[in-house]
Design a protein around this ligand. Structure first.
Ligand code: FE2
Ligand code: FE2
Ligand code: FE2
Length: 282
C-alpha cells in the first residue's frame, strides 16, 4: 500500500478527534441526568477528553490544525444504547486508521486509545444490562422555580462552551500562557467546570440541560452574568448561588486585564486562524 501523506493522516486523525468531541458532549449530557450512572459516564467522558488532547497534539506535530467544530447534538431516545454503539464505531475506525498509518508512534497512540474504548464498550454494555432503556426525560420532582433560571443557565453554558473551545485552541497551538501562569490547558478545564456547574444546577432540579451552541462572550460578561445568578439564586438554591459566586470571582480575575475577544474566535473553530492572528497582533 502507498504511504499516506501527512495531509491524509491529519484528515484521518481529525475524523477521530471529531468522534471524541461528539462522545464528550453526549456523554456529559447523559452523565448529568442519568443518575445513578452519572459518575461512571463522567469518568468515561474524562477518558475521551484525554484522547482528544492526545490526538490534537499529534495533529499539531504533523503540521495540521485540530478541528474543534462543535458536533451536531442528538437527543437520544435510548442514550446508553447510543453510547454503546458510538464506542463500537470508534473502535472500528481506530483499528482502520491504525492499519493505514505506518507511523509507529501514532500506531502506539491508537492502540492505547483502543484499549480504553474497548473498556468503555464493556462498561456501557454492563450499564445497559443493569439499567435497560433509560430515556433522557425530566424527573418527576421537577422544581418549577428552576424554570425561571433555565434561560440564564443555558445561556451561560453556551458562553462557557465557547470559552472551553477557545482555551483548547490556544493550548493546542502552544500559544503562550496568560500572565497568571495558568496554562491554556488548565484554563480549558476551568471553563469546563463553569459549564458543568450550570448544567448540574439544572439537572439537580429535574431539568435536562440541553447541550448549547457555543456563544460569543468575554470574561467580563460572564462575571456579571454569574454574579446576577448568584444574587438571584441565593434563596432558591444556596449551593448554586455559592458556585455562581465562585465562578463570578474567577471570571472577574480573568477579565483584568481583558485578554480575549471570543466574538472574533467562535466563528472559525475549524481552522483556528482567528485565534492565531489575534495572538500575533501587536
Ligand atoms: Fe475516546
Ligand atoms: Fe470511548
Ligand atoms: Fe468561564
Amino acid at each position: 500500500m502507498q504511504r499516506p501523506s501527512s495531509v491524509e493522516v491529519v484528515t484521518w486523525l481529525n475524523l477521530d478527534l471529531r468522534g471524541e468531541h461528539d462522545a464528550i458532549v453526549h456523554y456529559l449530557q447523559h452523565a448529568w441526568v442519568l443518575s445513578p450512572w452519572g459518575p461512571t459516564i463522567m469518568a468515561i467522558a474524562r477518558d475521551e477528553m484525554r484522547h482528544l488532547k492526545w490526538l490534537a497534539h499529534t495533529i499539531v506535530r504533523l503540521g495540521g490544525t485540530p478541528d474543534l467544530t462543535p458536533p451536531p447534538i442528538r437527543r437520544d431516545a435510548d442514550p446508553l444504547a447510543q453510547d454503546e454503539a458510538a464506542e463500537a464505531v470508534a473502535i472500528e475506525q481506530y483499528r482502520r486508521h491504525r492499519a493505514d498509518i505506518p507511523d509507529p508512534a501514532i500506531q502506539s497512540l491508537l492502540d492505547r486509545i483502543v484499549i480504553d474504548e474497548e473498556d468503555h464498550l464493556r462498561q456501557f454494555r454492563a450499564l445497559r444490562e443493569k439499567a435497560g432503556a433509560v430515556p433522557l426525560a425530566p424527573s418527576s420532582e421537577l422544581d418549577p422555580e428552576a424554570r425561571a433560571f433555565q434561560p440564564s443557565l443555558t445561556q451561560l453554558m453556551g458562553c462557557e462552551y465557547a470559552a472551553v473551545l477557545s482555551a483548547l485552541h490556544r493550548a493546542f497551538q502552544r500559544l503562550p500562557a496568560p500572565r497568571t501562569g495558568i496554562d491554556w490547558e488548565d484554563q480549558a478545564v476551568e471553563e469546563m467546570h463553569h459549564l458543568s456547574w450550570a448544567a448540574e444546577t439544572l439537572a439537580r432540579h429535574g431539568l435536562t440541560p440541553e447541550w448549547p451552541e457555543p456563544a460569543p462572550g468575554d470574561s467580563r460578561d460572564e462575571a456579571q452574568r454569574w454574579e446576577m445568578l448568584a444574587r438571584a439564586a441565593h434563596a432558591w438554591d444556596p449551593e448554586a448561588a455559592a458556585l455562581a459566586h465562585r465562578a463570578a470571582r474567577r471570571e472577574a480575575l480573568e477579565a483584568h486585564p481583558p485578554r480575549r475577544d471570543r466574538s472574533a474566535t467562535v466563528g472559525s473553530l475549524a481552522t483556528g486562524r482567528d485565534w492565531v492572528e489575534e495572538e500575533v497582533r501587536p
